[in-house]
Design a protein around this ligand. Structure first.
Ligand SMILES: CC(=O)CC(=O)SCCNC(=O)CCNC(=O)[C@H](O)C(C)(C)COP(=O)(O)OP(=O)(O)OC[C@H]1O[C@@H](n2cnc3c(N)ncnc32)[C@H](O)[C@@H]1OP(=O)(O)O
Ligand SMILES: NC(=O)C1=CN([C@@H]2O[C@H](COP(=O)(O)OP(=O)(O)OC[C@H]3O[C@@H](n4cnc5c(N)ncnc54)[C@H](OP(=O)(O)O)[C@@H]3O)[C@@H](O)[C@H]2O)C=CC1
Length: 291
């Protein structure tokens, strides 16, 4: 199947990154969100990231202008009906994703491929609620999308080979590397990464270290580019908690129990960088630990 137009649902940090790399690779992109504010902010972030790539001579000015001209935004989900491929990148909540697919389905072409950028939710279960489980799969980018070269491709139980091959071709056109993962909670990356982050929060909760010492230990002692708490803030603490809950419920093992301190931060609305505060406070000149 020839894919030329991409519909993106959700203009948060992942949605804008996906739009960025798709448009640079020459795809026509139509992005939607429930708020105009989110769409405007996404366009601004994309422009800034593209400008940075121009200033570092990674892309030309013409590449940037071309990419921006290929991105359109709309508040109407149903406008995405003409897309060849849809990537849902809305909030990590199963009911939200299900409602999006239900609203989209009557407006889709029969051949349109539906995908979700979910970090952890069952692809098979999401697919079973659509009219096309064989044309449904997981298309999981890593954050920040313009920088990270991996995309996890996850087949549901019914996904057909043509759909998988079409998505693989898109990943290759983006110049990224695909990892094929089976459809189990958290797939590969988050099955391994999120318990590590959750353990870092337990380490903080139990007073073994503070925010700075925990992050410094993993950066200098294990050569991680970001400390686990800094990374949790970067991903979004709501997303981290949602993933831990999916692991805990789906694998029914207490080793995935979300740390109560992580829950407390989410309940406070301290969701990390996107909220201005999480394990660090980002509202001043430099990030300051909140513990
Ligand atoms: C939760 C899930 O479901 C799955 C996930 O995504 S898990 C999260 C996976 N991501 C990670 O683990 C990220 C870990 N962190 C890192 O790799 C690095 O800290 C980082 C790449 C984010 C930043 O690297 P850094 O060396 O500290 O910063 P910096 O030198 O400013 O940036 C490196 C490059 O990234 C770019 N960059 C940094 N942040 C960016 C952003 N948010 N968007 C776009 N580009 C960005 C910079 O422009 C720079 O590009 P060039 O090399 O082309 O010049
Ligand atoms: N953060 C990360 O590091 C990664 C996240 N992911 C996954 O990507 C998805 C998005 O995450 P992320 O971008 O971080 O989240 P964000 O919170 O940054 O963005 C989510 C966006 O979706 C919007 N949204 C919510 N409901 C709807 C809806 N019904 N229709 C359209 N848009 C909607 C939200 O709007 P509003 O704010 O108004 O509710 C928000 O703008 C999640 O499934 C997440 O698990 C995957 C890889 C990495």
């Amino acid at each position: 199947m020839n894919i030329e137009t991409i519909g993106i649902v959700g203009a948060g940090q992942m949605g804008n990154g996906i739009a960025h790399v798709m448009a640079l690779a020459g795809y026509e992109v139509l992005m939607t969100d429930v708020s105009q504010d989110a769409l405007d902010k996404a366009m601004e972030v994309m422009r800034r990231n593209l400008e940075r790539q121009v200033s570092r001579e990674k892309i030309s000015q013409a590449d940037m202008t071309g990419a921006l001209s290929r991105i359109d935004t709309t508040l109407s989900l149903t406008d995405l009906g003409r897309s060849d491929l849809i990537i849902e990148a809305a909030t990590e909540r199963e009911t939200v994703k299900q409602a999006i697919f239900e609203d989209l389905i009557p407006h889709l072409k029969p051949e349109t491929i539906l995908t979700s950028n979910t970090s952890s939710i069952s692809i098979t279960r999401l697919a079973s609620r659509t009219d096309r489980p064989e044309k449904f799969m997981g298309f999981h980018f890593m954050n920040p999308v313009p920088v990270m070269s991996l995309v996890e491709l996850i087949r549901g139980i019914a996904t057909d080979k043509e759909t998988y091959d079409a998505c693989l071709q898109v990943v290759e056109r983006l110049g990224k590397t695909a990892a094929s993962a089976e459809d189990f909670p958290g797939f590969i990356v988050n099955r391994i990464l999120m318990p590590m982050i959750n353990e870092a929060v337990y380490t903080l909760y139990e007073g073994v270290g503070n925010v700075r010492s925990i992050d410094q230990s993993m950066k200098l002692g294990a050569n991680h580019p970001m400390g686990p708490l800094e990374l949790a803030d970067f991903i979004g603490l709501d997303t981290c908690l949602a993933i831990m809950n999916v692991l805990h419920d789906g694998l029914a093992d207490t080793k995935y129990r979300p740390c109560p301190l992580l829950t407390k931060y989410v309940e406070a609305g301290w969701l990390g960088r996107k909220a201005g505060r999480g394990f660090y406070d980002y509202r001043g000149e430099t990030p300051e630990p909140t513990r």
